[in-house]
Design a protein around this ligand. Structure first.
Ligand code: HMG
Ligand code: MG
Length: 299
């Protein structure tokens, strides 16, 4: 593997679980710093119900104000047609739809069964296509569910293929609660890649138990080349109890830099974005690399 794409989900996944409501101007500055660091794909916000996720209530005001750099995609999470209508109104560049392998998690997260959510996704993608807006998909709880426990990889494979069939250009197979180990990555990817092309599969690891980087190393053996991460390791899902943040972008980029795998991202500039986020949230983020001295091996 020579090059990978990183999808920076900090402004959405990183912030959605934070009680401290971040003002729009700080979100804009954070997104600007991430852009300066070189990310080409940034998930900027979500058009979800403000009562369910108060941190994202400003999405409609925020999105048009993002200083958009040519060549960078600023995407947004969309749960339903109502959210899609708002996304279109503000000229969103790319959307991400989402469902889960677990009926219970889906009910808690979006108040829909899996089948209902697939119907909603079909309608959302129809609107997106009319506007030439590309759609990414997320599939949650692929490695385990906080309510249902073990998840059958065959269902993960079927639902990944279904989302692609509905029109998602890529599906991010997600470990919502950070339970996977490399053996699980083997098991799930073997099933997923027996039904879907590797170019259409991304991975999204929360790092609750410290296994995310090991999982990503394992995924490289399968030629997966798109990984989600969040600056500083912020994040979590309000409807997944006990879940920690995403794998930290710094930790991932340090790893890839060391392996000679290109990401196009400046670690130093990324640290500025994460330190800014720490100052806004008034807390220390979990990234190991963010708080380590510069490596003496760096020339
Ligand atoms: P609901 O209450 O079932 O919605 O919520 P409803 O369709 O019954 O409508 C009820 C009211 O909400 C109506 O208003 C709608 O207009 C309004 P009323 O007529 O009563 O005045 N409404 C909305 N308002 C604003 N924006 C909308 C919207 N939709 C309806 N989009 C809903 C269903 C899906 C909206 C809700 O459950 C929701 O917003 N859920 C989002 C949950 C969420 O954001 N979770 C975190 C993101 S997913 C994640 O983190 C996982 C991921 O990172 C991958 C991984 O790690 O696994 C992606
Ligand atoms: Mg997530």
């Amino acid at each position: 593997m020579k090059r990978v794409q990183i999808v920076e989900v900090g402004p959405r996944d990183g912030l959605q679980n934070e009680d401290h409501l971040v003002p729009i101007e700080d979100k804009l500055r954070f997104i600007q710093l991430l852009t300066d660091a070189g990310f080409k794909r940034i998930e900027a916000t979500s058009f979800v119900h403000p009562k369910w996720v108060p941190q994202m209530a400003d999405a409609k005001d925020l999105y048009p104000q993002i200083p958009k750099l040519d060549g960078v995609i600023y995407s947004a999470l969309v749960p339903n047609v109502r959210g899609m209508e708002t996304a279109i109104e503000v000229g969103v560049q790319e959307i991400a739809v989402f469902t889960s392998v677990s009926e219970t998690f889906n009910q808690k997260n979006i108040n829909m069964s899996i089948d209902e959510s697939l119907q909603v996704i079909e309608s959302v993608i129809e609107l997106a296509k009319q506007e030439n807006i590309p759609t990414r998909g997320y599939l949650s709880t692929c490695f385990g569910c906080p309510y249902e426990g073990h998840i059958d990889e065959v269902i993960v494979a079927e639902l990944t293929a279904k989302l692609i069939d509905l029109g998602c250009f890529e599906v991010s197979v997600s470990d919502t609660i950070g339970v996977a180990t490399p053996g699980d990555v083997d098991r799930v990817l073997k099933a997923v890649l027996s039904q879907s092309n590797v170019e259409q599969v991304a991975l999204h690891f929360h790092d609750t138990r410290g296994t995310a980087l090991a999982n990503i190393m394992q995924a490289l053996n399968y030629d997966i080349a798109v990984f989600d991460s969040s600056a500083g390791g912020a994040g979590g899902c309000p409807f997944a109890p006990g879940a920690a943040g995403n794998v930290a972008s710094e930790d991932l980029i340090y790893l890839f830099d060391g392996m000679g795998i290109e990401t196009g991202i400046s670690l130093e500039k990324l640290k500025e974005a994460s330190l800014f986020l720490e100052s806004v949230l008034e807390k220390t983020l979990t990234s190991r690399v963010l708080h380590s001295p510069e490596s003496p091996l760096k020339s």
